[in-house]
Design a protein around this ligand. Sequence first.
Ligand SMILES: [Zn+2]
Length: 133
Amino acid sequence: MKKKTKNIDLRYAKSRDFTQKDFMYLFNCPKCGFHAKAIAKIWVKGFEDEYIIQTQTIHPEKEKIVKNISDNKLSNDGEIIEELICGKCSGPGGLSPVPYEILELYGYDVKKTIPKKPKTSKLEIIKKFITKK
Ligand SMILES: [Zn+2]
């Protein structure tokens, strides 16, 4: 049986300032709430006809899993635009900061996911999918 993903509805003050080590970014859909399944459409600004599609699994207890599901390559250089779409309802979504203390309240064991050293930057990951002309 497939494990059901937790769909948590988090409500916390948006005005509060968090320091980098106090929170993590999770996918948030205005319709479905917070969940792990996101789809990313990535293109180079000005060349929207050429894009790659990735599935992104963003779970508070696991490493972010990124899978390229399109064979496309970005052949132009420039500003990378990433648009996140909900993996459940296909509506537009985005990343929202969620404090670790809130995740702990929801029963997530976040101790093991708190980054100890800086990870590969998003741009470096995306660059792997870019081929120059
Ligand atoms: Zn949704």
